[in-house]
Design a protein around this ligand. Structure first.
Ligand SMILES: Cc1cc2nc3c(=O)[nH]c(=O)nc-3n(C[C@H](O)[C@H](O)[C@H](O)COP(=O)(O)O)c2cc1C
Length: 164
């Protein structure tokens, strides 16, 4: 293969918009308090040991908080949580305190905020960080799991939310 060949960025973004993915709120807790952002770039790595990855834009204002705390919780949203996704994607410019005030949160092993009503929550330590292009890839060891209601999920596909 020609190693100089790189797919066009806009074609890549359009193609990725057709790859549906669950919507999650990724949280952490550190010296500046609780922090969180909306993410669909979450993927299982292996169940032995339980490991997942999260991709986070390096330009995000919250990125340093995750790099410093080395903990995060992946909160998998249900169809009832669409109104949480926007605020945690910085739509409406709510403060972190205001965002977290929109729902009820628990603490498990690491101290990162766990959304009580999440379909599932993975409480993790960030064990490795790979910086690739614009993003930090967090490889996370799962330390505790919270299971909420096994109800309809929330998917982002074609630049829109869908209930599944
Ligand atoms: C459905 C959806 C999925 C998103 N997925 C990601 C993601 O996987 N990684 C990421 O870094 N940002 C993702 N974002 C964007 C971030 O939520 C948003 O850029 C971030 O909250 C902005 O943070 P800042 O204002 O601190 O820079 C997503 C946004 C939405 C609405």
């Amino acid at each position: 293969m020609d190693e100089n060949y790189v797919a066009d960025k806009n074609a890549y973004r359009e193609a990725m918009s057709r790859l549906g993915a669950a919507v999650n709120i990724i949280t952490t807790a550190g010296i500046d308090g609780d922090t969180g952002f909306t993410a669909s770039a979450v993927c299982s790595v292996t169940d032995d040991p339980p490991t997942l990855l999260v991709c986070m834009n390096r330009a995000s204002k919250s990125n340093p908080a995750f790099q410093a705390s080395k903990i995060l919780c992946v909160n998998v949203l249900t169809h009832e949580h669409q109104e949480l996704s926007g605020p945690f994607a910085s739509i409406g410019n709510l403060t972190m305190a205001e965002r977290f005030g929109l729902a009820r949160w628990l603490r498990l092993a690491t101290g990162a905020p766990v959304l009580e009503s999440a379909a599932a929550a993975f409480d993790c330590t960030i064990d490795q960080i790979h910086e690739i292009g614009t993003h930090s890839v967090f490889f996370c060891g799962v330390r505790a799991i919270h299971l909420g209601p096994a109800t309809a999920g929330l998917i982002y596909h074609g630049r829109a939310y869908h209930r599944i």
